[in-house]
Design a protein around this ligand. Structure first.
Ligand code: HEM
Length: 418
């Protein structure tokens, strides 16, 4: 068996994505976070020096009159903002992402958010997770490993962590196999909106048309895939429209595939650059969940999200006027020295504590069980099938890069061949 061809003719989705993501620009924002955190739990930004000015979360794209902009750095400030969806609205995403993605759950406030979330999470039940693990995720991971297992070396990012989560989503949605290369290409184009906005909008429209056809089919011939479940989901007499399902399906690509690719790559960097921890985990798989949570704490794939204050309030004692935009630094909160000793270190043996990689409050990640399960399956199959997996001694040590989205551009490894 070989890995599925995920590329359109002549196209390399990873190359295209890597270029568009501008990988490698900032290697380590954590010292700056520490500096900021030491001075401010939450800081009112001077707009020309806002940390977001040159990044994907560019507030200058959000309209002429920005008013006040704050950045929440401490764990307590970040948690307080995320916990209170009434005071801190998510509607600001509409201007940033709405024109590419449509009206998604991310930008909804209560009560709309509550109803919609109740409907879509029917497709992400615990029971579904067990079926997906054996029926989908293991197969997708194994097909990718099949393609390089006999070689003794691979770039795990390009050959495994980047392609596998998109393929998992495609299988969960029950997409026809022949459509996978096209789907993967459109998915990568859409999540590259920060680089080529127009192309992302076109890709999003094409995905919309593609999904509409499939939704119509599943309404007529329901099966057990996620699209069929969404088409039939009902809560207090409410059902999802085609547009609502389409927006959700498109959101799964940046929210579900890109994050999982980045978080699993980051965890692998943590383990491979700490061989004693890698060995301990290989020997005792009961450490798996601690390793996954530490990877998410240490290097969350998404460093920052945003909210807007709906009324005058205060965050950990700092006044925040109504209408203020609040950048929420998950990366900084996850390294807050008041919660974690040696927070900059990757240490799967540290005392387990709640991290904020999946956010908190009403918008806390809907796919967190899936993300954890995918990562567990990925590591299990890698350890079982690639004996003595280690960094390639002839290659450069992998670096995690990025200011808002983080991952290593490459992860060259070797293993013992049987
Ligand atoms: C390690 C991987 C992942 C991380 C770190 C992550 C992180 C996050 C974060 C921080 C949010 C909150 C965004 C905000 O409020 O601004 C979020 C929301 C969300 N995530 Fe994830 N995510 C991951 C994987 C997934 C997966 C696999 C799926 C589904 C296939 C998924 C689906 C969603 C959805 C639908 C939301 C919106 C929830 C809502 O607005 O109520 N995520 N995620």
């Amino acid at each position: 068996m070989t890995a599925p061809d995920t590329t359109a003719a002549g196209d390399d989705p990873f190359e295209a994505f890597n270029r568009s993501a501008g990988m490698g620009i900032v290697e380590n924002p954590y010292p700056m976070f520490a500096l900021m955190r030491a001075q401010h739990a939450i800081k009112r930004e001077e707009l020309d020096t806002a940390i977001t000015a040159d990044t994907e979360l560019n507030f200058n794209d959000m309209g002429e009159d920005l008013g006040n902009v704050f950045t929440a750095y401490s764990f307590d400030a970040v948690q307080q903002v995320l916990k209170d969806g009434d005071t801190f609205s998510s509607a600001g995403y509409e201007e940033v992402m709405g024109s590419v993605m449509g009206h998604t759950i991310l930008e909804m406030d209560e009560p709309e958010h509550h109803t919609y979330r109740g409907l879509v999470q029917q497709a992400f039940s615990r029971k579904a997770m067990d079926v997906w693990e054996t029926g989908v995720v293991r197969g997708v991971v194994d097909e990718h490993i099949d393609a390089f297992v006999d070689r003794g070396h691979a770039d795990l990012v390009r050959e495994l962590t980047f392609p596998f989560p998109v393929l998992v989503i495609a299988r969960l949605l029950g997409l026809p196999r022949d459509d996978l290369p096209m789907f993967h290409r459109l998915a990568v184009e859409m999540i590259s909106a920060g680089f080529d906005f127009e192309r992302a909008k076109i890709a999003s429209q094409q995905l919309y048309e593609f999904f509409c056809g499939i939704i119509a089919d599943r309404r007529a011939h329901p099966s057990d895939d996620v699209i069929s479940v969404l088409a039939q989901a009902e809560l207090d007499g409410t059902r999802l429209t085609d547009d609502e399902i389409c927006a959700f399906l498109r959101l799964l690509l940046p929210a579900g595939a890109e994050t999982t690719y980045r978080s699993s790559s980051n965890l692998l960097v943590g383990l491979l650059t700490h061989p004693e921890q890698l060995d301990a985990l290989r020997a005792d798989r009961a450490l798996m969940s601690a390793a996954i949570e530490e990877g998410l704490r240490w290097e969350p794939p998404l460093l920052g999200i945003m909210r807007t204050a709906t009324r005058a309030t205060d965050v950990v004692g700092v006044a925040v006027p109504a209408g203020s935009v609040v950048a929420v630094s998950i990366g900084s909160a996850n390294h807050d020295e008041r919660y974690w000793e040696n927070a900059e270190e990757f240490d799967l043996f540290r005392e387990p504590k709640q991290h904020l990689a999946f956010a908190w409050g009403p918008h806390m990640c809907l796919g967190l069980h899936l993300a954890r399960m995918e990562t567990r399956v990925l590591l299990t199959q890698l350890f079982d099938r690639l004996p003595n997996l280690r960094l390639d001694p002839d290659a450069d040590t992998p670096q995690i890069t990025g200011m808002v989205f983080r991952a290593p551009p490459a992860l060259p490894v070797v293993w013992d061949r049987n």
